[in-house]
Write a protein that binds this ligand. Sequence first.
Ligand code: HDE
Length: 705
Amino acid sequence: MDKKQEQKTIGYEQSKQKQLDDFRVDDSGQKLTTNQGLRVSDDEHSLKAGERGPTIMEDFHFREKMTHFDHERIPERVVHARGYAAHGYFQVYEPMKEYTKAKFLQDPSVKTPVFVRFSTVAGSRGSGDTVRDARGFATKFYTEEGNYDLVGNNIPVFFIQDAIKFPDLVHSFKPEPHNEMPQASTAHDTFWDFVANNTESAHMIMWAMSDRAIPRSYRMMEGFGVHTFRFVNEEGKARFVKFHWKPVLGVHSLVWDEAQKLAGKDPDFHRRDLWEAIEMGNYPEFELGVQMIEEEDEFNFNFDILDPTKIWPEEMVPVQIIGKMTLNRNVDNVFAETEQVAFHPGHVVPGIDFSNDPLLQGRLFSYTDTQLTRLGGPNFHEIPINRPVCPFHNHQRDGMHRMTINRGPVAYHKNSLQGNDPSPASAEEGGYVHYQEKIDGRKVRRRSESFKDHYSQATLFWNSMSEVEQQHIIKAFRFELGKVKSKDIQQQVVDMFSNVDQYLAEQIAVGIGAKPPVNAKGSGVTLSSPALSQENTIKVPDTRKVAVLAENGFNDSEVNEVIDALKKAGVTAEIISSHLGMITSADGEQLEVTHTFLTSDSVLFDAVYVAGGQQSVDQLKGQKEAMNFIGEAFSHYKAIGAVGEGRELLAAANIPGIETAAQVTGKEVYSTSGVVFSRDAENMDAFNEAFIDAIAGHRHWMRKM
Ligand code: HDE
């Protein structure tokens, strides 16, 4: 069976895993050897001239081990250095023949293997996961026609309109060169100096100051291709297209205080979340959506559809959902896979083509160029994670770390010694033919007039936010600009954002002690786009994490009922107590503790439940960590539940309204602003239902704090 036939029989999903299997190595049961396969007899002592004598050069094992170690690190990515990845597959829902000839978008029964890397942009490899930043969302589809990479972000627009400004942008947001501070943060002078002097950034800044920049989980972010691409069908008809990933769990965020604390409590919060979800079988799912615009409608919008600082509002150009991606396997080795994967927006397949977006065009140069350094030469396409699942043949030869053993003397085109093989394929044979767009222009260094509107969509975004989301944006500006030392830059930014919205600019000014803008006019846009607000997202309890606070003497039957109900709703419960090991209920039943108050924290959970049982509650009341746990959950707007005596702990933690509410209403189960409690353990079904509802609500903003 040749390779191609083999792939068809085993299906493309398995074929990537099968290909990787050839490189996966399991050391268990093996003897230690050198890289030459020689068995090593001692790995703890270097070879010495006498027990107390000098080490001898002859020690080939020592030299090999140390040399390899000395070169273990490779340069980190110049941007998107910190990332985490997983394997999975993609399936299209319906054939997309009418719009594109891309083979992986035709057959709903085909599972196309994918590898997805999520990342932060600014921080270095060891930085925290929960910083305020855009997130990278890069997908490699291993299709039968070659690799297709959709290298996107979780924000649908970008800071700049022309790739030539990318090095400037990045220099401004990276740590300042004279003191290497701050790490993984845009809250410093050079970044805001860039913003104030490059007003095309206004729209992206609105997103970056919004809750989108502090996602709850990689599994709960949207992804966007950002640029306008083209779909081209078999007949050669093209349409403009924008790509979207929509998370099945909805789009959810952290709150800023929580995000900052998480960076210390668990800098790996997002990677751990992804890893654990996959290990538990809670496979992250994202639906692929496309927005399409007919070529003849290119100029029918009040923005330029090639401008990467503009969205196509979903209410104007609906998103058609065309398929789903499921991530179902963690990597075996982060370096070999996550670190060595190389994405490129220029990796396309027939049926997907480019537009003249000047940001996209520039990206097409940068990726291979930077990867040549990072991955040490021109052969990184041969690294297992980067190999396509279809065969590849060309006349490229040699270079650092070449793996392929090309046979025969011919390495040139055209040739007759090998019958001109490998030879170019026609379009009918699957050859990629670029869309024949007619171009007629002068060679100029200029930007189109149609890219000049920098504010309308920044205002559209602002108008689309709920009141709470707007307050978060104001606070984010105040935080970031509050860290800026230059009064001039602070003032310039206030004045700049008065072009977006007067109230916004005034509020920023008040918070940072700048002058309120004079003659503020806003952009005049009054429209909003409900699709932009996270308030309107999907809200489900699935895969949320609840902390169960309990000590010896807890009410066993109540706790079990709650945990069972949570489990049924797809929610995980972890037991937090003052010590590890077992705790014993009032009836003598035992429960294993998952974490102590020392090893865990409220910010690591979506909700808290206080177990009933007088002895347990009394013990918890005596611990300030338990009080803080509840207090923080409350101030982070999370669901809180308590049954019976558990309520006393909420009252002791000063959760407002607990005592009075129960007395006033006389209800058995009471639920207000995400705080749910039941007077006793008689009404567990009603309690569980209300508590799970509150967990699904994600955050309860109506709390007055
Ligand atoms: Fe990137 N970007 N980028 N970028 N980008 C890189 O490539 C670049 C842009 C994105 O997980 C680099 O291999 C330029 C937009 C992701 O491995 C580099 C411009 C979007 C990743 C590079 C942009 C992205 C990168 C660094 C302006 C969203 C991580 C390491 C024209 C659509 C991929 C590397 C991964 C990585 C260049 C702008 C997404 C330097 C020149 C817009 C998700 O080549």
